[in-house]
Every structure is written in structure tokens, then in C-alpha cells.
Design a protein around this ligand. Structure first.
Ligand SMILES: [Zn+2]
Length: 398
């Protein structure tokens, strides 16, 4: 468990919270369900443009599911200076059944010290706090040495093919430099600042089709039951220890997500058995090593099968360094909380950025309600979050 340091948080003017709340409410009021942006990037772009950022839209994808992307850059005074990128997404997941929400998910609503609305936690609070942080930083340090950039997309929650991935490919092709990146995913678990992600596990999915021969249950000798033949192999897959993880990653996990067989009739042996599964893997395994171990296991059970693979993310890791230390120090300054680095949880767009940027971390507000009914952010996290982002800029770019 994170420990609370004895230092008291630095005093903070109400401006930080008020300004973040105002922008956050405006963002939540824009119903940007993936891949819709609903004007969020325009609003953010206006604020950045007023600070001297050069804006570039990098929209992509097919016309019927157009993805909105924004790259915004404000160089520092030193042409050789480092560049810190704030990355994030304006899109939100669907609301689910509106009858279960206690207030309209796209009308920000304050109750019991919380702001409710779709995207409040994932991740419009971070976006608002990043903009407010940069406004304060640029006003205070007009001649900042290092540069600041924003890389924002409206497709992180969906297929994520034409969002950050596309932008990173374009930025790489033109040789854009990036030194540090903070992704605003909500990472805090119990209190603001307790957790920063410095990497993510890889994600590898398999779709297995075990081939049998359909027949009458009364005449099994004339059929081949693929469920029976696969059962022992599945049990072995479930029981296998794939690796033990390492100092940065938990052990690789294997989960079956869907199975399907049968015609619905009680007297028919099914002809096919479909099994979907997913690995969340550490850097102790690779996609290739996991694939070949699964194939070897299935072959050892003499199954007749087809197997297709989808690699949705390679694992990445940012070891403790300049960025994680600057962010941890800023968190300690504004919350008194000692941060823990973690690589747990799902994938994020950090996996794409890490192919171009040597140091990528993720940090944002409480994640307890993400993707849920009545998503919220605690109001007392808004000001400190913006101040932490600003302090991190001061720690790195002056
Ligand atoms: Zn998110």
C-alpha cells in the first residue's frame, strides 16, 4: 500500500480547481462517444492556440467512422530542449442503460463532493487539468526552455487504429522528437497520486476452432466430439504457469473469454467447438513464445484445430528515470502522497507512443468508476491534478 508522507500538501489557490472544473464541464457536455469528438478538440485547440501552440489536425479513418486527432506543439526557447507530450483521448465509452444513471451522463452534475458524467474519470478531467496546467505554466514561465506538445485522439476506447497509432506513425516519419510523455489515463486507486503506470502488459488474443464430426449422441462411434477432445487441453492451458513476471510486471495471465459449441438440440454431438482466449503478458514472455507454446500443447493433445491470433499490444516499460521522478516529486509536493509505480491494468495508447518516446508514464485521477454507470471524479482532485501536471513541467522544462 502507498504510504502517506508526513509532509503536508502545498497550499493551492482555488483558481486551479475552478478553472479545471469549468473546462471539464464543457467537455462532459460534448457527447463524444467513440469515435465522435463532438467538438472537444476544437475547444481544447482554442485554448492551446491562445497560448502560442501550433495546431495540426491529423484526422484519419474511413468517412463513416472518422477519427479526430490533434497534434499541438509549442517549442521552448532552446532548440535542443526536451519536449514533453501530454497525451490522451476525448472519446468516452457508451453510457449503458440511461435509466440506471442518477443524472444525465452528458449533463455534468455535482453531488456529494463529486462531479458525475460520462468521461469524468476516463479521461476528461485529465484533459482539462492538462490544459489548465499548461496555461498556468506558460503564464508564469513565458521563456520556458523545453517544448510542450499535446497528442489527442477521439478513438482510444474503440478499435484505436486511426487514432494515436496513426499520429505516431506520421510523427515518426517526419522525425518528430519526443522525450517525455504523460498519458492522462486515470491511474489513482485510493487517493490522488498513489499510483503511476510506468508500463503496460502486452495483450494477445486467440480464436481456437476445434474440429470434430457432428453426429447423433446415441451413436458416438460415428462422430467426434470436439468438446470432449478439447477439454483436457483447455484444462492444461488454464493450469499452465506461463512465467512468474519480474520486478516490473506481474505473471502472465491466460483467460478464456468465450466458448461456443452445439446446435441447441440435446441429441446432437457438435461438429465444432470455438474458444476465445486472451493473454496479458509480461516482458518475460513474447507473443511468439506464447503462440508456439499454445500450439505445442494443442498438438500434444492431438487436436484437429484452426487457430487465429490477434496481437493488440506489445508490453512496454519505462524504467525509473527523469520523468517518473519529476512526476513523483510533483505528486508528493501537492498531495503528500508517495507514489507507487505499477504496470497492472489494461492496455492504453501508451503502447503506441512508447515506440517513439523513450519515457512514457500514465497518471490521472481516481479510476474506481471508469466505464461504469454514474462515472464520477472527486472534486477535491481537480485542483491538485492540474497543479501536479504544472509542477512536473517546471521540474523538467525550465
Ligand atoms: Zn481512458
Amino acid at each position: 500500500m502507498p504510504t502517506i508522507a508526513n509532509t503536508a500538501p502545498a497550499p493551492l489557490s482555488d483558481h486551479w480547481a475552478d478553472e479545471t472544473l469549468t473546462l471539464l464541464e464543457a467537455l462532459i457536455a460534448r457527447p463524444s462517444v467513440t469515435p465522435q469528438d463532438a467538438g472537444c478538440l476544437e475547444l481544447i485547440g482554442e485554448r492551446l492556440s491562445a497560448l502560442g501552440f501550433a495546431l495540426e489536425r491529423m484526422d484519419g479513418g474511413p468517412a463513416e467512422a472518422r477519427v479526430s486527432n490533434l497534434w499541438a506543439l509549442k517549442p521552448g526557447t532552446d532548440p535542443e530542449g526536451e519536449i514533453l507530450v501530454f497525451a490522451g483521448h476525448t472519446d468516452v465509452v457508451p453510457t449503458g442503460d440511461l435509466n440506471h444513471w442518477h443524472s444525465d451522463p452528458f449533463v455534468p452534475s455535482i453531488r456529494d463532493g463529486k462531479l458525475y458524467g460520462r468521461g469524468a474519470a476516463d479521461m476528461k478531467t485529465s484533459l482539462a487539468a492538462m490544459v489548465v496546467a499548461v496555461e498556468h505554466f506558460v503564464r508564469k514561465h513565458a521563456k520556458h526552455r523545453g517544448g510542450i506538445a499535446f497528442l489527442l485522439t477521439s478513438d482510444e476506447e474503440g478499435p484505436a487504429l486511426h487514432g494515436t497509432k496513426l499520429c505516431v506513425e506520421q510523427l515518426r516519419a517526419r522525425g518528430q522528437r519526443m522525450d517525455y510523455c504523460i498519458v492522462g489515463e486515470p491511474t489513482s486507486v485510493q487517493q490522488l497520486g498513489d499510483t503511476v503506470k510506468n508500463g503496460r502488459r502486452g495483450s494477445l488474443s486467440g480464436r481456437l476452432r476445434v474440429l470434430g464430426v457432428q453426429g447423433h449422441v446415441a451413436y458416438p462411434q460415428l462422430a467426434r466430439n470436439p468438446v470432449h477432445e478439447a477439454a483436457a487441453a483447455l484444462a492444461e492451458l488454464v493450469a499452465t504457469s506461463w512465467d512468474s513476471g519480474n520486478a516490473h510486471f506481474p505473471a502472465t495471465s491466460f483467460q478464456i473469454s468465450n466458448v461456443q459449441a452445439g446446435t441447441g438440440a440435446g441429441n446432437v454431438i457438435p461438429g465444432d467447438f470455438w474458444v476465445d482466449f486472451n493473454f496479458r503478458f509480461s516482458t518475460e514472455s513474447t507473443a511468439e513464445s506464447l503462440k508456439s507454446r499454445v500450439h505445442a500443447l494443442l498438438d500434444a493433445h492431438q487436436l484437429r484445430y484452426e487457430l487465429s491470433w490477434t496481437l493488440s499490444g506489445q508490453p512496454f516499460l519505462t524504467p525509473v528515470g527523469t520523468l517518473s521522478q519529476a512526476l513523483s516529486a510533483a505528486i508528493l509536493h501537492h498531495t503528500g502522497v508517495q507514489t507507487e509505480l505499477s504496470t497492472t491494468g489494461g492496455t492504453s495508447d501508451g503502447r503506441f507512443i512508447a515506440t517513439l518516446c523513450p519515457q512514457v508514464v500514465e497518471f490521472g485521477p481516481l479510476n474506481a468508476s471508469i466505464h461504469k454507470i454514474d462515472e464520477y471524479v472527486p472534486l477535491d482532485q481537480l485542483g491538485p491534478l492540474a497543479a501536479i501536471y504544472a509542477k512536473t513541467l517546471e521540474n523538467l522544462l525550465l
